[in-house]
Design a protein around this ligand. Structure first.
Ligand code: DUC
Ligand code: ZN
Ligand code: ZN
Length: 466
């Protein structure tokens, strides 16, 4: 089937231009100057809309077992919500825990996703136990499974934590096989001390989750990861969910020295604060307990992160989508903030939330598209199949209406959460129509695709590797 997306403004890496996009089957066949396309195909009228590549969320945790429970979005509910919000590919984290075989962890994630996803998906692999076997497995995943990025944790001792020696070994392996090391950069052992001391003082409210994870412990871990990567012959390093000015400073310094260091941030760190959300009265703040934590609005974190996005010291915006309901899940931490499952869900809203950067003149249109689609594709080896409107690429396309309005609420969202971290937000812009591999899967906020249509995307090495 051929479709012509006509009359819109295509947003490419070099900026917006007028063009008509011809879709043939699952891919983009051609882009014509206005009025030059052949007659015949079905027309989608894109007049007044931006035509952008389907967004890629490079950091999600669907149905992840964590914190004594499991993330509340399944691959079914989470990828459906993502689709409605303009995201056409996710990269989720398969997990190997200490003592488990890496390939068994991967097989478990393939089993969870089989016939469940509404959009295409890839996997990163969490290595929870670095040893001879898991290092060997990293080679096999890169060579044969399309998995070219591995997440390690400097936080969560006793759960996913790796010590510095383990981190160095995994980085050396990644330097050899070309993979990217993704780092959760927070000093876990030091945080555990602060958490214990806070609880002993009777400080049990959700806000203490943030106060026991000061930005210095993110900055220190970020710096340590950067130097360990240097020792591993400049292994490619990607800092996940960067939240704080001092951590950004470490990344900026490394990049100024030409180092192979990248970072992402998430919408929650660009907009929300420790005082306004995490510090909400009573147990309300539990809704925003995530790690890294929300930072103080009295400091310059949010402005610094927006600037980092503009200057490319932050290359990507992902969600770290890890939703938990208040009922029975977040509630586990009433009376002890350390028992609140860590995570926020925003997979449905990232495209709209980042568009506010354009509205508020913090980002250009091209930079908006880069941070939510093109750079994640290039960073994680899916380009040019994904992340760009170009002949030969998958026809993953979003028509975005800059004159529309989006109201976010638990009453209307599609994620499996009993609250919204963005309740009542009314913002400019609206996802109008979403195509995934040439199929219209959402239109006017209504879902039109089907469970199981999403395909696994094996990934190549990062485009940014040097
Ligand atoms: N942080 C979260 O908030 N949730 C899942 C894991 C993580 O690192
Ligand atoms: Zn993390
Ligand atoms: Zn995460």
């Amino acid at each position: 089937m051929t479709i012509l997306i006509k009359g819109g403004t295509v947003v490419g890496p070099s900026g917006p231009y007028s063009g008509d996009v011809l879709v043939d089957g699952e891919t983009i066949a051609a882009i014509f100057a206005p009025g030059q396309a052949p007659e015949g195909p079905e027309i989608i009228d894109a007049t007044g809309k931006y035509v952008i590549p389907g967004a890629i969320d490079a950091h999600t945790h669907m149905q992840m077992p964590f914190g004594g429970t499991e993330a509340s979005d399944t691959f079914d509910t989470g990828t459906r919500a993502a689709a409605i919000g303009g995201t056409t590919t996710i990269i989720d984290f398969a997990i190997q825990r200490y003592g488990e075989v890496v390939q068994d962890g991967l097989a478990a994630w393939h089993a969870k996703t089989a016939d469940q996803c509404h959009i295409d998906y890839g996997f990163h692999m969490i290595i929870g136990g670095v040893d001879d076997d898991s290092l060997k497995a990293m080679d096999q995943l890169v060579a044969s499974e399309g998995i070219t990025s591995f997440k390690l944790f400097m936080a969560y001792p006793g759960v996913f934590y790796s010590d510095d020696g383990q981190i160095l070994r995994a980085m050396q392996k990644a330097r050899e096989n070309g993979a990217m090391i993704m780092m959760h950069a927070e000093n876990g052992p030091a945080i555990d001390v602060l958490v214990k001391q806070a609880l002993e003082r009777g400080e049990t409210d959700p806000v203490f989750h943030g106060l026991t994870r000061p930005q210095e412990l993110e900055a220190e871990a970020t710096s340590r990861a950067i130097w360990l990567a240097a020792v591993a012959a400049d292994c490619p390093l990607y800092i996940v969910h960067l939240s704080a000015s001092k951590a950004l400073e470490q990344v900026r310094n490394a990049r100024d020295l030409g180092r192979n260091v990248f970072a992402e941030t998430c919408p929650q760190y660009l907009y929300l604060t420790l005082e306004d959300q995490l510090g909400a009265p009573g147990f309300e703040g539990a809704k925003w307990v995530c790690s890294t934590p929300l930072r103080s609005g009295k400091e310059s974190h949010r402005a610094d992160l927006w600037q980092g996005l503009r200057t490319n010291d932050l290359s990507v915006v992902s969600t770290d989508h890890c939703p938990f309901c208040m009922k029975d899940q977040k509630e586990m931490g009433i009376g002890d903030f350390s028992k609140i499952p860590n995570g926020i869900g925003s997979v449905e809203h990232r495209v709209d939330l980042l568009y506010q950067g354009v509205v508020e003149k913090k980002l250009s249109l091209a930079r908006w598209v880069e941070t939510i689609a093109t750079t994640p594709a290039r960073m994680f080896g899916m380009y040019p199949k994904k992340g760009i409107i170009a002949p030969g690429s998958d026809a993953d396309i979003v028509l975005y209406d800059p004159n529309g309005r989006t109201r976010i609420s638990v009453e209307t969202h599609h994620m499996n959460m009993d609250y919204s971290a963005w309740e009542g937000w009314e913002i400019d812009g609206k996802v109008d129509t979403v195509l995934s591999r040439g199929e219209v899967i959402a239109s006017g906020g209504e879902y039109k695709g089907r469970k199981g249509r999403g395909k696994y995307v094996p990934r190549s090495l990062s485009d940014y590797l040097v």
